[in-house]
Write a new protein. Structure first.
Length: 367
């Protein structure tokens, strides 16, 4: 890529070369004229000049070199003037083009052929500025959407908690069975509030990019099997099963707590978006340097245009999600942050009613 120094060096070289060539051309032209005047056209010019103004002619003949240097100086000054004027015009064009960089349109900047490098750089800056502005606008919009969604999600369980506690406070003669029911619902909604608040703070914490990892040797096979067992109540509630197909004693070096959060988010996501009476599959295989983990569930296919942004912060695949389904839409963004902290990658694919999340984690982490 051409740097600013290269462009300035090229511009100075071109300016000096142009002035030099004009001066050398002027010198050669004057020398040629003097040569012709002294040889081929000597008598002819002498007769004409003598007839017009003989004293002036004799002055020129007696001061050839002085006249030569005067003419040369005049031509040099004229050459330098027009070169500077041309350069000034170029500078004005560049300044006008810089103003166009900040115009919010997609009109390309055009400069003379000598300044194609500057033209390309200005167009690149303009394109990057427009793209960054668009990204910032989209991020701001998603953040605003998140605030609206989060406020709604917090308000719904909070209203329920206040409502049931108000009933318990006002109805003094309520039966023990009904009291237990109201308390159970209020407690469930309180846990829901806690989950939403924790998820919101997690995405903020992981976005700081300065989280330290406490690496240790993890039995990945045991961790995933235990996690599937822990989700048995949530799986049973929707008549789902979870099949774990992993080689025994598969181990990696990673932060067990943070990695557990990734698997937790992926499994919750699979449960929320699986068809009832279907099976969730967790598979893993090991290569020489990496472990490949797959979470697969069967549900509605995620459209391609939504799949491309599924890991973005504040991005929501299902904008019509109810308050009882899933979290605040940040789980996959958190998972991506943690995986990348482990120098790994995570991708998603969805087709024919089948959605898969692929994790690639290095067996040994770089320190």
């Amino acid at each position: 890529m051409t740097t600013k120094k290269d462009i300035l060096r090229k511009f100075r070289y071109k300016l000096f070369a142009e002035i030099f060539l004009k001066i050398m051309g002027s010198i050669l032209l004057i020398l040629l004229m003097l040569f012709l005047a002294d040889t081929l056209f000597n008598d002819f010019l002498a007769n004409i000049m003598s007839a017009i103004n003989r004293p002036f002619y004799l002055f020129l003949v007696g001061h050839k070199f002085e006249v030569f240097f005067v003419l040369l100086s005049i031509i040099i000054l004229i050459s330098v003037y027009f070169s500077i004027k041309k350069s000034t015009r170029y500078i004005e064009l560049i300044i006008q083009s810089i103003d166009k960089v900040f115009q919010k349109d997609e009109t390309l900047i055009t400069l003379p052929g000598d300044f194609k490098d500057i033209e390309n750089q200005l167009n690149t800056i303009k394109y990057d500025a427009l793209r960054n502005e668009q990204i910032a606008h989209e991020a701001e919009q998603r953040k605003n959407d998140l605030v609206v969604y989060l406020a709604h999600d917090l308000k719904t369980p909070l209203t329920s908690v206040i409502g049931y506690l108000s009933l318990l406070n006002e109805e003094k003669g309520i039966s023990p069975e009904l009291r237990d029911k109201y308390l159970s619902i209020a407690l469930s909604k309180s846990h829901r509030l806690e989950d939403l608040i924790n998820e919101f703070f997690d995405i903020t914490r992981f976005s700081l990019q300065n989280i330290s990892l406490e690496r240790n040797k993890i039995n990945l096979s045991l961790m995933l099997c235990q996690m599937a067992d822990e989700f048995y109540p949530a799986l049973s509630e929707r008549s789902l099963t979870c099949k774990v197909d992993i080689p025994p004693n598969l181990t990696i070096y990673a932060d067990s707590d943070k990695l557990a959060r990734v698997f937790d988010n992926l499994l919750r996501n699979a449960i929320h978006y699986s068809y009832e009476n279907s099976e969730i599959e967790i598979e893993a295989e090991q290569s020489e340097k990496k472990v490949h983990i797959i979470f697969r569930n069967y549900g509605d296919t995620i459209p391609e245009h939504k799949l491309s942004g599924i890991f973005e912060k504040f991005y929501r695949v299902d904008s019509s999600r109810s308050a009882n389904t899933g979290g605040a839409g940040l789980g996959l963004a958190i998972a991506k942050e943690i995986v990348e902290l482990h120098n790994g990658t995570i991708t998603a694919a969805s087709h024919d009613g089948q959605t898969e999340f692929h994790l690639f984690l290095p067996i040994r982490q770089k320190r």
